[in-house]
Design a protein around this ligand. Structure first.
Ligand code: APR
Length: 251
């Protein structure tokens, strides 16, 4: 592992344009469970029953009760962990340009990253299904489920449910930066959900080196990742940043 981190640091220190693609795994050490794998949310509840737009439209009360209320409790407590702050360090070193995140927890922005593409939206906001007004989740009264907008419409997280389109601007920019980068860090994603999972393929097709950080192998590990760093993001990323800083200091 040390050898792989050193090799990744060599490449990263010389890179001109690094992009990170992050998934639920980067926030596990902030206390937010992932969706798949050990302790994953989709082991406990069926996403097609509770996280599909059709389920929400049919029975918003149940989806709020089973999924959204619980997500709010977990996300309210979460703070950035050393993996998030390492990405801020890489940005301050002038290496990391953009974070594409599938996460809706907003932790990259709380940590301090400046250019974050929210591929699946942000839970900090609720949007009215009827009038499209956006309200801070913190201001939503949860005594009656589902909560309503002042227009009478039902509020829903400003996130993508299964069966919904990725915001076109987020998709377009993600494709652009994936094609333009010379290094892509793929951190804490099972790479099972499209179209986010195509970003490492776009990067690789355009000549980028793909560095993957995940304690478990993924469909990318043996085919797309040039350097799979098998470990927790909160441990591996600070080590990678320290190795990059050593090279910067020495040059
Ligand atoms: N550090 C890095 N990776 C980790 C850690 C950790 N400490 N802990 C777990 N992981 C890895 C797991 O091995 C797994 O590969 O994080 C990954 C989490 O995978 P998913 O739960 O599938 O998360 P993600 O890839 O972000 O899911 C994509 O699926 O249901 C949807 O909308 C949801 O945005 C989400 C999308």
């Amino acid at each position: 592992m040390s050898d792989l981190i050193e090799r990744a640091a060599d490449i990263l220190a010389k890179a001109k344009y690094t992009v990170a693609l992050t998934g639920a795994g980067i926030s596990v050490e902030s206390g937010i469970p992932p969706f798949r794998g050990k302790g994953g949310l989709w082991e406990k509840i069926d996403p097609m029953k509770y996280a599909h737009i059709d389920a929400f439209l049919e029975d918003p009360e149940t989806v709020w009760d089973v999924l959204i209320k619980n997500m709010k409790m977990v996300l309210d407590k979460a703070r950035p962990n050393p993996a998030h702050t390492s990405l801020v360090d890489l940005e301050r070193l002038g290496l990391l340009k953009t974070v594409i995140t599938q996460n809706v927890d907003g932790l990259h922005q709380v940590a301090g990253n400046q250019d974050v593409i929210e591929f699946h939206g942000n839970f900090a906001w609720q949007r009215c299904q009827t009038c499209d007004q956006v309200i801070a989740t913190a201001d939503v009264d949860l005594t009656h489920i589902p909560p309503h907008c002042s227009c009478g419409g039902i509020l829903r997280p400003d996130c993508i449910f299964f069966g919904e389109m990725i915001p076109p601007e987020a998709l377009h920019r993600s494709q652009q930066v994936s094609a333009a980068c010379d290094v892509m860090l793929v951190i804490g994603t099972s790479a099972m959900v499209q179209p986010a999972a195509t970003m490492p393929f776009i990067a690789k097709d355009n000549g980028a080196v793909v560095v993957e950080i995940n304690p478990e192998p993924t469909p990318l590990t043996n085919h797309i990742s040039n350097l799979p760093l098998l470990g927790d993001a909160g441990t591996v990323l600070p080590r990678l940043v320290a190795a990059v800083e050593q090279r910067r200091d020495a040059s």
